[in-house]
Design a protein around this ligand. Structure first.
Ligand code: ADP
Length: 659
């Protein structure tokens, strides 16, 4: 990015002021004239972000880029700040001829609140495309600000040297209220590949309801003190340490977030808010990291930059993301963070001052696209047994396991998700007090998710965000509208409806990506949370239809005798999974998330896992096994002996051997 023209930002010699640990430190622009200050805004679904230039004081040359943020629901505080800091004089003040001055603004609120800005501050908002602003903000930081990007893993923070030659292409995962995922191939060259409605708004919304916390920082602090093992189901809880050892599974693998809640008598008030906060943070952070990994794999990208206020410089959040990306990619991908992660959109908007090409911004491509072949819509009914393989089998138990079935009795686990049926029911218990999955489904049918879900229309207004194909009715962030920390203020039916929507759509999205990634053209669903539950099947069907743009037809495998209105019955034998169905333990534990503890460690090696204590236990088990084998062999010999004796008696010979 070169120097800006006109009354723009002069980037030459830009550098961050302040220590490594400082949050959003000012960026010093030595050649920027302090006399002509600039201000730009990013008005998002949750937060309003401001970036402005200000004199460094003492009559020194140059100016500082400064950062400030406000909650969107407290717009008046933002107005007060702009007035108090004298920022209304920005961008040249009132234009000649009494014309209202114009501020560059991005985010949905730039559309929704334009009239408020005019009425309260007398300024017009020059609206800029959100995705374009986020990308130019990221590119500005990466190309102009030394030390702007860093990695955070195993407690170590390391700067990332990004030279313009090795920057592109990269994946940008912007975690705000919802999540947008963009493939960036150059300056102004990008594509919004996909996004997820399970983002910062979801985590913070649920955190308010479940922990009573009032601020995001309070929530993050709580999560530091908590223990997620209290609520999360891990592999060891399901199959015990020995089975884990035998199958080479790490005992602490996260099987189902909130999965322990469903077998406990405890009520919401019996849990410590700290433990709930810790569970929420790992559940959502891993889910976002997993989707980022799948999309990066689909696009063949190795470097993934994470932005958005969700990260908030929080160490555990960054550690979890880094660990998950490294684990799933087998160290082939790297998670990179930005020091000004929450201000990408606002920075991009600021960069557009004096840039004539910034006026009519267009996206490179409007349609989300996937590099591999889309999953086709071939109906199972049209198939015969011989060509049903290979297919993706998605098993929704406490967690979700995704298995590639290659042929009869031949299958291979691909990946799993820790947000499964146990998560839905666990959260349903805590939020609604329901006692069974049926009761939860029944509640969800009577509820309206829009009272808690934040839609694109809530952020942008009635027009939605058509440029990237998001109509007003699309959910931008499940639970993103929750403002109160009082659970009693929300109807249990509405909470149930939002829960069912958010998690079934998440499972559908991950399944769709996994099928694409593995080149599988058919997806079948089965499992305790699907079979016999038409409402769940209906949501999953809709979800697959949504993510695949109608290209996928979803099929459900149900137990004999059941023929759902939406699902087709296929016997396990026909599907080649009769042996898989018998392995209930494997069915439950073939899951995906790598870790559950507060501070991630490297994946446990077999040697590490076979510690002193477990080796002894393992030996006892193996001796027991040998003993049983020997017993069986003795019994077989005894039977043989009896048969031989009988033969000898029949042939008139006398037995000469006895046992
Ligand atoms: P948006 O543009 O949608 O407002 P942001 O990038 O500003 O998105 O991120 C909003 C998310 O950041 C919230 O959903 C929450 O998870 C997190 N967050 C960080 N700081 C705060 C805060 N002070 N108040 C509320 N949410 C915060």
């Amino acid at each position: 990015m070169g120097e800006a023209t006109g009354h723009g930002v002069d980037l030459s010699g830009a550098e961050i002021r302040g220590g490594l640990e400082d949050r959003n430190p000012p960026i010093f622009l030595p050649r920027q004239p302090a006399a002509s200050p600039l201000l730009a805004l990013d008005i998002g679904g949750t937060l309003i972000k401001l970036v402005y230039t200000a004199s460094c004081g003492g009559g020194a040359d140059g100016a500082d880029l400064r950062f400030a943020k406000f909650e969107r629901r407290r717009l008046h505080e933002c107005f007060d700040f702009i007035r108090a800091e004298g920022l209304l004089a920005c961008n040249g003040g009132t234009r000649p001829g009494g014309e209202n001055m114009t501020l560059k603004a991005t985010g949905g609120g730039a559309y929704k609140f334009a009239d408020d800005f005019l009425e309260k501050l007398g300024v017009c908002l020059d609206k800029l495309d959100e995705m374009d602003s986020v990308v130019s903000g990221a590119n500005f930081l990466l190309q102009n600000i030394p030390g702007a990007a860093f990695t955070h893993m195993n407690g170590q923070r390391n700067p990332v040297d990004v030279s313009p030659n090795n920057l592109f292409p990269y994946l940008l995962v912007n975690i705000g209220s919802g999540v947008s995922i963009l493939k960036v191939t150059g300056n102004r060259k990008f594509e919004r590949v996909t996004g997820t409605h399970i983002g910062g708004g979801t985590m913070f919304g649920l955190a308010k309801l479940l922990t009573g916390c009032k601020s995001y920082d309070e929530f993050l602090q709580l999560s530091q003190k908590g223990d997620n093992f209290v609520l999360d189901l891990i592999v060891k809880d399901i199959c015990g340490e020995l089975v884990c050892q035998k199958q080479g599974l790490s005992t602490s693998t996260l099987a189902s977030s909130f999965g322990k809640v469903i077998t406990s008598e405890k009520k919401l008030t019996d849990y410590k808010p700290e433990d709930i906060a810790s569970t929420l943070l790992s559940a959502f952070t891993y889910n976002i990291a997993q989707i980022a990994f799948l999309v990066a794999s689909l696009l063949g990208l190795r470097r993934v930059f994470f932005g958005g206020s969700y990260i908030r410089g929080h160490k555990s959040t960054m550690e979890n993301i880094s660990y998950a990306i490294d684990f799933w990619s087998q160290s082939q991908m790297q998670a990179v963070f930005l020091r000004h992660e929450g201000y990408l959109g606002a920075l991009g908007a600021l960069m557009s001052y004096g840039d004539p090409s910034g006026e009519n911004l267009t996206l490179e491509e409007k349609e989300p696209h996937h590099e591999s072949a889309p999953v086709d819509g071939t109906s199972v009914d049209e198939e015969n047994d011989s060509n049903i393989f290979p297919y993706l089998l998605v098993n929704i138990g406490s967690g979700v396991s995704m298995i590639e079935v290659i042929g009869k009795g031949k299958f291979e686990r691909i990946i799993g998700s820790h947000l499964g049926g146990g998560t839905i029911l666990g959260l349903a218990r805590l939020l609604t007090g329901c006692s069974s999955y049926e009761e939860f489904l029944e509640l969800s049918q009577r509820g309206n998710n829009l009272s808690v879900d934040l839609t694109v229309g809530d952020i942008y207004g009635g027009e939605g965000y058509p440029k990237v194909g998001l109509p007003a009715s699309t959910t931008a962030a499940s639970f993103g509208k929750v403002n109160s920390s009082k659970l009693s203020e929300y109807k249990v039916e509405d909470l149930a409806a939002a829960l069912l929507n958010s998690f079934t759509y998440n499972i559908g999205q991950i399944a769709y990506f996994v099928a694409n990634l593995s080149g599988l053209k058919r997806i079948f669903f089965r499992g305790a949370y699907v079979c016999g539950h038409e409402k769940t099947m209906d949501k999953i069907s809709r979800s697959l239809k949504y993510w695949s743009k109608g290209e996928v037809q979803t099929t459900f495998l149900c137990h004999e005798g059941f023929l759902g209105t939406l699902g087709a019955f296929w016997s396990y034998e026909n599907m080649g999974i009769d042996s898989l169905a018998a392995h209930e333990v494997i069915r439950e534990v073939l899951l995906g998330a790598p870790y559950t503890g507060q501070f991630p460690s490297l994946p446990v090696t077999q040697q590490q896992e076979n510690g002193e204590h477990s080796t002894l236990e393992g030996e006892v088990e193996s001796l027991r096994h040998d003993n049983a084998m020997l017993k069986a062999e003795v019994e077989r010999l005894q039977r043989e002996n009896v048969e031989l004796r009988a033969k000898l008696v029949r042939s008139g010979e006398t037995s000469t051997f006895d046992l």
